[in-house]
Design a protein around this ligand. Structure first.
Ligand SMILES: [Zn+2]
Length: 74
């Protein structure tokens, strides 16, 4: 997968976040794949082989986690 650089990461979340409660960039999330906490603003976007843009864990591509693996602590 190829990384895509996003200029306005908040706007991108507003357009592409798959759930209704869109997080702010300063919020923290926990990745269930690599078991690490991160600041939302560090997320990465990769283009899949089918051409889909996927919001991923900041530790991608070492971590396979996507936005679907994000967990909100507390
Ligand atoms: Zn991860």
């Amino acid at each position: 997968m190829q990384e895509i650089i996003i200029q306005d990461k908040q706007r991108y979340l507003e357009l592409r976040y798959p759930f209704s409660s869109i997080p702010l960039l300063m919020e923290k999330r926990y990745c269930m794949q690599c078991k690490k906490e991160f600041v939302v603003e560090k997320y990465k976007v990769f283009r899949s082989e089918e051409g889909r843009e996927v919001i991923c864990c900041p530790n991608a591509p070492v971590c396979n986690g996507t936005v679907l693996d994000w967990y909100k602590n507390g």
